[in-house]
Ligand binder design. Structure first.
Ligand code: ADP
Length: 773
């Protein structure tokens, strides 16, 4: 630690002090010299004046006496004074009595002295006697050289200045020493100790205070530095401790991580093992599911075939003449068989859901008609005091896109439940479109479902209460299937129900509109209805009749119609007709429950009267109203094709190897008025086709010699039979079966066992289509 001398604090302080002291000393010396100069200047005049005063009287006598000799002596005497360089005594007439001169002194201060005091000074003294001061006797003239005075003054000034400088230098050294001892040396020591101490040292040696500086600034500096050292040492200590703790934690963490890694490795190994096991299990499960599907398909085929025979035979027997007891026994057997078929279908559908095999169609279909048809089909199940009504929103699209079979299943499940659990009141099916979702609502006034049972009933094989099976039968599968169907169509099924008041099931399905609603041609006339305000018929009529341009008014039961003008009376109360007939001439449309038609003799007495069964479809209502209003002008729509006529003429080729099934189908077809030709296998079928014309072929799929698929392929190869309708008859109800039939060239599909209505509907659609196109 070496500080340059000129940079040291002691030097700087001493230099400043000395500079100030020197400047002050010089100024004081100059002031002193100035004073001295003024007094010396005055002393010259004073001294010469006193010389003149001394010489005044002798010189006056000499001038008065004109004594040149004495004058010379006096002048010489004056010249002895070192400052006098010339003396002259003259008389009153200015005559010189004596004049002496001396050369001026030469010295080193000459120039400066002359500058300060002037080179010479001249003094003139008028000579007179003291008692005659006004009378002058002559004049004494002295020429004074100022140099002796100036030299004396300058010597003094030189000494003053030099001594001042010397004092300053002495003071400088003295102060330098003192400052060095007092300031620089202790500071240098402190600095040296500071620079020797290491900043990161955990136990720094304390800096010693230089002796004698304990209480001054250096002492305070040392204390402050020591405190700082202590604080730094403490902090370092804390950091070191924290570092040690951190290292410990890290070590622990490393241990934990390695332990966890080991554990994870073990878990991973176990996981991959169980994954492999799971994969094996999954494969086994898949294989089992496939095996189950195959088993179900086979079983369903095996069960359906004898069931088909059983049901068909029972249906045929029921149509033959029987006594009441036999009829009842066979009916029970037939109904039980039907329940068995439904159960089989439900179980099959559930298994399809489980196996994810349910495939949905996406075709355009008339949902309104589908609902009306389903309601009509199920109306036979309605209790006598239950009014079943279909209320289709007039704005509902004519065709929507979706799977008609599955939608029919939903409607028929909900509707058959509603009819099953309702003994009095109404069952309504409402169809509307809300926010692009089709809304199918089935409301009843039946027994209702308790709040706590409402979530449960959607689980398979679950019913609302313990007594339900005993009282109403059922398997508890319908709603589970319905909900699954709704969900698979991206829709939802909701329920609102109150026990004792009834239930409302609502299926909301996203079925896109294909063809918008088609408006009915307006009718003209006045129609009245006699029905309870709460009846389904009243709601239906008030819904449609005004929309078709008819003037409509409802009267309550028992209300007098005396004087009421109308062109048509619609009622659902046959009992009041005999009372009403006398006052009403207009035709009557009687809407009754299925199987409650009036006997023909009563009809004749009340004529003109037409009877329609509930539920009234829109088309049936429109056509009946139109007919009864006798509106037969040119613009009226052509009457519907008489499908029964068509079916009577239909010639069907039935290809079926199983003699029981052959018998059943034959029986049903002949009941429908068809002409039937049978073939036991594909080869025979081709031969029969060669022999004559047919309107439709009913083709069993599994047959010996040539199966249904191959036979169809061969039929389609002939251009003659390109458009001949071929409908598959199969007991295999699995989804890929339909696709297989289509691929072979068949047009439709009927699962065995089938009911006569299903067969009739199928013939209606294919044979009627053939005749109308
Ligand atoms: P199932 O009718 O064959 O028993 P579902 O799954 O169709 O099976 O119905 C389950 C249960 O839900 C029924 O047993 C019945 O308790 C209740 N349920 C369904 N629909 C109705 C309804 N409309 N009114 C009252 N209860 C109903």
């Amino acid at each position: 630690m070496d500080i340059k001398f000129t940079h040291r604090l002691s030097f700087k302080q001493a230099r400043l002090t000395v500079l100030v002291g020197f400047a002050l000393g010089t100024i004081l010396s100059l002031v002193q010299i100035g004073i001295d100069y003024a007094s010396e200047n005055a002393a010259i005049n004073r001294e010469i004046q006193s010389l003149l005063d001394i010489s005044h009287n002798p010189a006056s006598r000499i001038a008065y006496n004109l004594d040149t000799e004495l004058a010379q002596e006096l002048a010489m005497g004056l010249l002895r004074s070192p400052a006098i360089t010339g003396a002259q005594i003259s008389d009153n007439d200015k005559n010189t009595l004596a004049s002496v001169r001396d050369s001026p002194e030469v010295g080193r201060y000459r120039a400066l002295s002359d500058f300060l005091f002037g080179e010479t000074r001249n003094f003139d003294d008028r000579l007179f006697f003291n008692h005659l001061p006004e009378q002058s006797v002559g004049e004494l003239h002295l020429e004074v050289d100022t140099y002796p005075f100036g030299a004396r003054f300058l010597q003094r000034a030189e000494v003053t200045l030099l001594s001042g400088f010397v004092r300053s230098f002495l003071l400088t050294f003295l102060l330098l020493g003192l400052f060095y001892i007092m300031l620089t040396r202790p500071l240098v020591r402190v600095i040296r100790e500071l620079s020797n101490s290491k900043p990161g040292d955990p136990n720094p040696s304390r800096i010693q205070c230089p002796p004698g500086h304990k209480d001054d600034e250096i002492g305070v500096l040392v204390d402050a530095a020591n405190q700082q050292f202590d604080a730094v040492a403490r902090e370092i200590e804390q950091r070191r401790a924290a570092e040690n703790r951190l290292t410990e934690y890290l070590a622990q963490l490393e241990n934990i991580v390695s332990a966890r890694t080991q554990e994870l490795k073990a878990i991973n190994t176990r996981l991959s093992q169980s994954n492999q096991e799971l994969e094996v299990a999954r494969r086994t499960a898949l294989e089992m599911a496939q095996a189950r599907s195959a088993f179900l398909a086979n079983m369903s085929h095996e069960i359906r075939t004898p069931l088909n025979g059983l049901l068909g035979m029972l249906a045929l027997s029921l149509d033959s003449p029987l006594n009441a007891e036999q009829h009842q026994q066979l009916s029970i057997a037939h109904d039980s068989g039907k329940v068995l078929v439904e159960l089989l279908n439900d179980i099959l559908d559930l298994s399809k859901f489980d196996a994810g095999q349910l495939e949905l169609e996406h075709i355009a279909f008339d949902l309104s008609t589908l609902i009306e048809d389903t309601a009509k089909l199920l109306s036979q199940n309605a209790a006598p005091n239950v009014e079943l009504t279909c209320l289709i929103d007039p704005a509902f699209p004519a065709l929507v896109l979706g799977d008609p079979t599955r939608v029919r299943q939903i409607v028929s499940n909900l509707l058959s439940n509603a009819l099953k659990f309702t003994r009095f009141g109404r069952v309504d099916v409402r169809l509307s479109l809300q926010e692009n979702r089709v809304r199918i609502e089935v409301c009843d006034t039946g027994i209702g479902i308790a709040e706590e049972a409402q979530a449960r009933i959607f689980r398979p094989f679950t019913q609302a209460g313990a007594g339900i099976t005993r009282q109403f039968g059922g398997t508890g599968l319908g709603l589970a299937l319905t909900r699954s169907l709704c969900e698979v169509m991206q829709g939802q099924l909701t329920i609102h129900s109150k026990i004792g008041y009834g239930s409302q099931f609502c299926a909301e399905l996203p079925l896109p509109c294909h063809t918008p609603a088609i408006a009915y041609k307006p009718l003209c006339g006045r129609v009245i209805a006699v029905s309870a305000s709460s009846s389904g018929l009243s709601e239906l009529l008030s819904h449609y009749l005004p929309l078709w341009g008819l003037e409509y008014q409802r009267y309550s039961l028992g209300q007098s119609l005396e004087g009421v003008e109308t062109q048509l009376l619609i009622t659902d109360d046959s009992a009041c007709l005999s009372e009403l007939r006398p006052s009403i001439n207009a035709p009557i449309l009687l809407v009754t429950a299925y199987g409650n038609f009036m006997p023909s003799d009563q009809v004749d007495t009340l004529a003109p009267l037409q009877q329609n069964a509930r539920p009234l479809s829109r088309l049936a209502l429109y056509q009946s109203v139109q007919l009864l209003l006798q509106k037969n002008d040119d613009e009226s729509p052509s009457p519907p094709i008489d499908n029964v006529q068509v079916l009577l003429r239909a010639r069907i080729l039935l290809v079926e190897d199983n003699p029981v099934n052959q018998l059943v189908a034959k029986g049903m077809l002949s009941k429908l008025g068809c002409e039937i030709v049978t073939a036991a296998h594909g080869g025979e079928a081709l031969r029969q086709l060669e022999r004559g014309d047919f309107d439709l072929v009913l083709m069993d799929c599994n047959m010996p010699v040539m199966d249904g698929y191959e036979t169809t392929r061969q039929i389609r190869q002939h251009s003659r039979w390109q458009h001949l309708p071929i409908v598959a008859l199969t007991a295999n109800a699995m989804p890929d079966e339909r696709e297989r039939c289509r691929a072979a060239g068949m047009d439709d599909y009927l699962a065995k066992p089938f009911r006569r209505e299903e067969l009739a509907a199928l013939l209606e659609s294919w044979v009627a289509k053939k005749y109308t196109s």
